[in-house]
Design a protein around this ligand. Structure first.
Ligand code: FNR
Length: 378
């Protein structure tokens, strides 16, 4: 890798974002433990790899002789326009990648007309990030101390969030061998902004009466995750906000159906990027059954393994309404802050447009089942 000085001098100067080159570039700029936290997955990491391999396995059959001289990737979600059906997925602790953290990734997405989701464990508070991406989405976990989740919800609403994402695939944190090897303590390495939430601070003070040595990181590890979260909690959250509610981390069609019955406004099919289990079905393999279960009642969103515009075109052709991009945005952020993140997203936009032209699709609504050629066995 480059020396720190060389790396610093080049930060933000590279014009084109490419994978996997950018991942390696980001790696050269990050500490090993921070890179491993972002890049790593659960168990033997085969689940993480399978997400990408199964997207790679999709073969598309193009339509010919369609005038594709005028193309548009625009769409809308929850009544708001998007330059393309692409959003940034919630990812915590972005200060591990770059000091501008979520302010940079939010600004990058917003500058391109794409959506942005702020993690509940963001490095920067929603009050700092929302001005960079007005109408951002706020992701929440339901913590053991529910009051803190409701406080984060209230603050996001006041900051102008336009949707809430409830992540339901972390009853326990996945076993990630890289983090264990590095003895990586995520909340110590990069304290998330939630530790300054008034409700969090109040409860921490209260706990410290009994345990004076309790740190904010300790307390956060006590309240997250909560393995007891169930459907009643989702119903409770539903009753507390009138914003569109997305449930993230659904893989089973029966759960998708039940979530829709519970009043959610979208399903986000996800394996959490293979960070939770190495034995779960690949995200894209779970998508068709979820789409059948949901029908046209609510939009189905997708993440986990999206690395190219062709992947995005494939997922949209299967029937998803939008895709959420994860790690490629982190590599862009680490490589060049806001500009680096924007480069990563621009690559995806350009590839999507190019793929659409090759498929004979002028609009994203032209991407459909007729273009799914086959699904190779891997
Ligand atoms: C995540 N993800 C995540 N999801 C969530 O709901 N809340 C969170 O705070 C985080 N934090 C987080 C941190 C890091 C470093 C990563 C890589 C991921 C999961 C994320 O939203 C998404 O499901 C995956 O990133 C998708 O996989 P790919 O496409 O990034 O491989």
């Amino acid at each position: 890798g480059a020396s720190t000085a060389d790396a610093g001098a080049e930060r933000g100067t590279r014009a084109v974002a490419e994978t996997p080159t950018d991942r390696e570039w980001a790696r050269s700029l990050m500490t090993e433990s921070a890179f491993d936290y972002c890049a790593g997955g659960a168990g033997d990491e085969s689940g993480m790899r399978r997400n990408v391999e199964r997207l790679d396995a999709i073969r598309l059959t193009p339509r010919a002789l369609r005038d594709v001289s005028e193309r548009s990737t625009t769409t809308e979600l929850f009544g708001r326009p998007l330059a393309a059906p692409i959003l940034v997925t919630p990812m915590g602790l972005q200060a591990l990648c770059h000091p501008d953290a979520e302010v940079a990734t939010a600004a990058a997405a917003h500058s391109l007309g794409l959506g942005f989701t702020l993690s509940m464990f963001s490095s920067r508070p929603v009050e700092d990030v929302a001005p960079a991406a007005p109408g951002l989405w706020q992701q929440l976990y339901l913590l053991r101390e529910r009051e803190v989740s409701w406080s984060m919800l209230r603050r996001a609403e006041e900051a102008g969030a336009s949707a809430v994402v409830c992540t339901v695939d972390v009853p326990v944190v996945g076993r990630r061998s890289r983090d264990a090897r590095n003895r990586f303590s995520r909340f110590d390495a990069a304290p998330p902004a939630i530790v300054r939430d008034p409700s969090f601070l109040g409860l921490l003070e209260h706990r410290r009466r009994r345990t004076p040595s309790l740190t904010a990181a300790d307390f956060l590890s006590d309240v997250f995750p909560d393995p007891a979260v169930d459907w009643a909690d989702l119903a409770n959250l539903r009753s507390r906000t009138s914003l569109p509610l997305v449930v993230k981390g659904i893989l089973h069609p029966a759960d998708a159906k039940r979530a829709v019955d519970a009043g959610v406004d979208a399903i986000q099919v996800s394996t959490h990027g293979g960070r939770q289990s190495d034995r779960h079905v690949a995200s894209v393999d779970a998508l068709p059954a979820v789409l059948s279960a949901v029908g046209d009642r609510v939009p189905v969103l997708f993440d986990s393994g999206v690395r190219s515009g062709a992947h995005i075109a494939s997922v949209l052709s299967l029937g998803a309404s939008a895709v959420l991009v994860g790690r490629p945005v982190l590599w862009g952020l680490a490589s060049g802050g806001r500009d680096g993140a924007a480069n990563a997203l621009t690559s995806l936009l350009t590839e999507l447009d190019h793929t659409m032209a090759l498929l004979g699709a002028s609009n994203v609504t032209d991407l459909g089942a007729e273009l799914i050629g086959s699904w190779e066995q891997t």
